[in-house]
Design a protein around this ligand. Sequence first.
Ligand code: PNS
Length: 160
Amino acid sequence: MKIAVYPGSFDPITNGHLDIIKRGTKIFDKVIVAILVNVDKKGLFSVEERKELILKATKDIEGIEVIDFDGLLVDLLKEKEINVILKGLRNSTDFEYENTMDKINKKLNKDVETIFMISESEKSYISSSAVKQICRFGGEIDGMVPDSIKDDIEKKMRCK
Ligand code: PNS
């Protein structure tokens, strides 16, 4: 069984993430969506809230599992006996960051491989931080987040 871990902060999940998850399930038998802590980012949604939003947004997608993990990504992979990471690339900034992350993860475990998928161009401008900022100031996030969770995000951000 071909399994990949798709890690991220998912604070909150966006249509960019959803695109990678859907495309990932066409290549892998199973995609494990893993909510991990990014120490460089201050979270807004709790891990439980992020998980609920991901589950709601992906309820019609087969072949995925949603988990959270407190620790290094390589340790999660070891625990699950998986050595493939799935990541999305929106632009050259992502590339620079992910290039380093790949090298760090390989330093920690040389058997780990990261498979990169280029984001669809109409989704490449989307980020969780842009969603939060737009929503906080009452802007329209239509098309940036899954329809099924748009109200939940707006409610949390108190912009509606
Ligand atoms: O969605 P993000 O914020 O770009 O995701 C980044 C994330 C959470 C995948 C990354 O920060 C991560 O792997 N965190 C877990 C800790 C870890 O393994 N760090 C790598 C060594 S610096």
